[in-house]
Design a protein. Structure first.
Length: 148
């Protein structure tokens, strides 16, 4: 898991061949004009999901993980207090992995919470379980999905 600001994206481009395109999209797009939902960037390799919803309490947030995609979760408005736990330490899965949605949920508690303010992002790799959209008030964010 990585926490950083949009101004520092050049540090992370070398981590994955598609990160340069994903960060260029984040820096070069009027993200405030995007409607909630899915937005194409580069086929199934890179796409953006815009979310705008009320934050939830830590007690109801469930950890999730993905196998096919890396998440770059950029907060646009509000503060998203995302939970995190190494996937290897998750012992209580809820159901089976949903391949169509590339997601599995867990009933484990996060090991830590990361307060992510507007203008900052978290990168979650497939070995990072995370519980997003936690906080008071409304949260607007864009989640870049990067094919592994």
């Amino acid at each position: 898991m990585i926490l950083s600001s949009l101004a520092d994206t050049d540090r992370y481009i070398a981590l994955h061949p598609l990160f340069a395109r994903a960060f260029a999209y984040l820096r070069g797009t009027d993200l405030s004009a995007l409607a909630p939902g899915r937005h194409a960037v580069q086929g199934e390799d890179i796409f953006a999901i815009v979310e705008h919803c009320a934050g939830r309490a830590r007690t109801v947030a469930k950890l999730e993980s993905h196998r096919r995609y890396i998440d770059i979760q950029l907060v646009l408005e509000g503060v998203d207090e995302m939970g995190w736990r190494p996937l290897a330490e998750c012992e209580n899965p809820i159901g089976e992995f949903d391949a169509a949605r590339d997601i599995r949920f867990y009933d484990d508690a996060p090991a830590s919470w990361v307060a992510t303010p507007a203008g900052s992002f978290c990168i979650f790799f497939p070995d990072d379980a995370h519980a997003p959209l936690v906080g008071d008030g409304m949260i607007r964010k864009v989640v870049m999905k990067i094919a592994v």
